[in-house]
Design a protein around this ligand. Structure first.
Ligand code: NAD
Length: 612
């Protein structure tokens, strides 16, 4: 695999962008947008005035070009630091954000984070208790869900099927003495003997994660993460394993816990433990186990983390609460989830963030892949797995023609379904028309459609009245963030009978015998009932790896104690690392063209406000 890195070329100043808040009433914490300092990873940048990434509204002095092992290993041509621009974040997305695992967060003007839109707003809370761990959690204790761990740590998250789902070994991994084949016992997984199965899962994932594999190759000589001690808390899946092994290949030492008590693939955790990674995670942890695992990652004699990779903010929170002194050595935090990112902004706003943090959730490539491409692939998967249905000729109504709706419509149209769209926004509505879909009101088609799919991020889009009018066997599901889009609560009335026909599939039966097929009780269909394509996760994992390298190698002062968005150039680099998979050939700007467009030949190619 070859990733083309071109050397610095004609300098061209990229105009600085400042977006004004669209809605003053929805004031929010200012976000720092850094586009600087990617030289450690990015293809060598051309000219332009190098600037430090700036917290919103500030213009710090320019740091020098990136240097050090990362730059040497991964940026063959001597590159200058790409241009940075400070930007106030006015993207409405930021006030109204999706949780990866369902749920959505709102930031109020005072910086409070609430989940939304729900009837009762729930403040996201941190756990600050439980330093003492139960020795033997009861079975009930193990199952009980905590209100004090983040939502993402308890929501179910589906990934590849686990070989170990049906395991009847009830012994808690905490009570087992296990060693890997090299004699190390510095891990806690369900069963180390499953390592070989896990290795195969990891090998399959590697095939769909070309960018990480390319990074491994490119960093064979220099190790941009040499000396990095990364403590991680993410879903432990085959894709995470590919990331961890890449970080290892780049020189990092890692210790890892799961960010979700259900999502760990036991055999993958075993494979990682077998190859020497201290992993503390298994499927079906109790809350006590959850914090115990995190603690085992950080509370180690002779080892102190200097980087954090978090998904949900629980790990970061734990270190803040229990080991605040550790932050003296920590160089940065990389956070993936909406929830975790908002926690970081809260800390920042309160002046309590003591290290730089990277928000990878809002990177352009990640957003695009999560919303449009992921849903285009997984809508069919989710419907197929739950209903075995045939799509050809079926009448489908998709509510909302945003990124997710566009993905769903495209997939269903390609399968021969007749697709109707509902929209409230005339621009998206017109897009639907231009794409060949009939724009309707839900009432107009509700009696005739075979499938109803909501993708609006709104509430009560499908009401009881709609549900009453649907035809027999109509399938109803949701691809939006939470279960508020379909008024499922209105179906829990005495005259209706609920029949569980499969996992995640309910028949709701009316007194006259009519039944609808409700999938995942109105929660996100794809995350509940299908898998997320590895390629989508590859984008996220590559972004995480680059963010870690960037923060770890950044010279003193480049990043302050603030939350940064990924530099656009890094986003472009993530994309470029995935291109060779498709034998895609990118056109290079000529010097003349670059000058004409006012661009640096090596990017960034778009202003920050550009919507892809
Ligand atoms: P978006 O804002 O791009 O699109 C939502 C669209 O719904 C908008 O165009 C809006 O005008 C329209 N809409 C709002 N209320 C409506 C109503 N009552 N009737 C018809 N249309 C209405 O957002 P998006 O990126 O497409 O995401 C949509 C939802 O899906 C969000 O909740 C998001 O969190 C979630 N999401 C899910 C996945 C997944 O994997 N399932 C991935 C990404 C995002």
């Amino acid at each position: 695999m070859s990733v083309q890195v071109v050397s610095a070329a004609a300098a061209a100043k990229v105009p600085e962008v400042e977006l004004k808040d669209l809605s003053p009433s929805e004031a929010q914490p200012q976000l720092a947008l850094s586009t600087a300092a990617v030289s450690a990873m990015a293809p060598a940048a051309g000219g332009g005035d190098p600037e430090a990434p700036a917290p919103a509204g500030e213009r710090p002095p320019a740091p020098g070009p990136g240097s050090g092992p990362a730059a040497a290993a991964l940026s063959p041509a001597a590159g200058k630091v790409p241009q940075a621009s400070a930007m106030k974040r006015s993207d409405p997305h930021h006030q109204h954000q999706r949780h990866r695992d369902g749920g959505e967060a709102l930031v109020s003007p005072d910086g409070t984070v609430t989940e939304a839109p729900r009837t009762v707003k729930k403040q996201i809370q941190f756990a600050d208790q439980k330093q003492e761990f139960n020795k033997r959690p009861t079975k009930i204790g193990r199952r009980s869900l905590s209100r004090s761990i983040s939502q993402s740590s308890t929501d179910s998250y589906s990934s590849a099927a686990s070989y170990t789902d049906s395991s009847d070994d009830e012994t808690s991994p905490r009570d087992k003495q296990q060693k890997n084949s090299k004699g190390s016992g510095d891990f806690c997984v369900k069963n180390i003997k499953q390592a070989e199965f896990g290795r195969r899962e990891i090998e399959i994932a590697e095939q769909e994660m070309p960018a990480l594999m390319a990074l491994r190759k490119r960093a064979q000589g220099e190790k941009p993460l040499a000396g990095a001690k990364i403590v991680g808390c993410t879903h432990i899946t085959a894709q995470t394993a590919v990331l961890m092994e890449t970080l290892g290949a780049l020189g990092a030492q890692c210790r890892w816990a799961a960010c979700n008590i259900y999502s760990t693939l036991n055999e993958v955790a075993a494979a990682l433990a077998e190859s020497g990674f201290p992993v503390f995670a298994w499927k079906g942890e109790s809350e006590d186990d959850f914090w115990w695992c995190i603690d085992r990652c950080v509370n180690v004699e002779g080892w102190q983390p200097n980087m954090i990779l978090d998904d949900g903010g629980d790990l970061t929170h734990w270190i803040y609460k229990k080991y605040p002194n550790m932050f003296k050595k920590i160089k940065g935090i990389v956070e993936e989830s909406v929830t975790g990112v908002h926690r970081l902004y809260q800390l920042s706003k309160a002046g309590k963030l003591c290290v730089p943090a990277m928000n990878v959730n809002d990177s352009v490539t990640k957003q695009k892949f999560d919303n449009l491409y992921c849903c285009r692939e997984s809508i069919l998967d989710g419907l197929k797995r739950t209903t075995d249905m045939m799509f050809g000729g079926k009448q489908v109504v998709v509510c909302g023609y945003g990124e997710v709706g566009k993905g769903c419509c495209a997939a269903l149209k390609a399968m021969g379904s007749i697709v109707y769209v509902t929209e409230i926004d005339p621009i998206c509505a017109l897009q639907a028309c231009m794409d060949g879909f009939r724009l309707v009101k839900l009432n107009e088609v509700i009696r005739q459609v075979d499938i109803v799919i909501t993708c609006t991020g709104n509430k009560n889009v499908v009401t009881r009245e709609h549900l009453d009018r649907m035809k027999n066997s109509c399938i109803v599901c949701n691809m939006g963030h939470s279960n508020t889009e379909i008024d499922v609560a209105s179906l829990r009335t005495p005259e209706l009978t609920w029949e569980r026909v499969r996992s995640q599939v309910d028949h709701v039966i009316w007194p006259d015998g009519k039944r609808i097929v409700l999938l995942a009780e109105g929660r996100l269909l794809n995350l509940s009932c299908s898998t997320v394509p590895t390629f989508v996760l590859s984008i996220t994992a590559t972004t995480q790896a680059l963010a870690l390298i960037e923060l770890y190698n950044a010279p003193e002062g480049r990043y302050k104690q603030d939350v940064y968005l990924l530099p656009k150039k890094m986003d472009e680099y993530v994309a470029s690392l995935h291109l060779p998979t498709f034998d895609a050939h990118l056109t290079e700007l000529t010097d003349e063209q670059a000058k004409y467009l006012g661009l640096n030949k090596n990017g960034p190619f778009k202003p920050n406000y550009y919507r892809y």
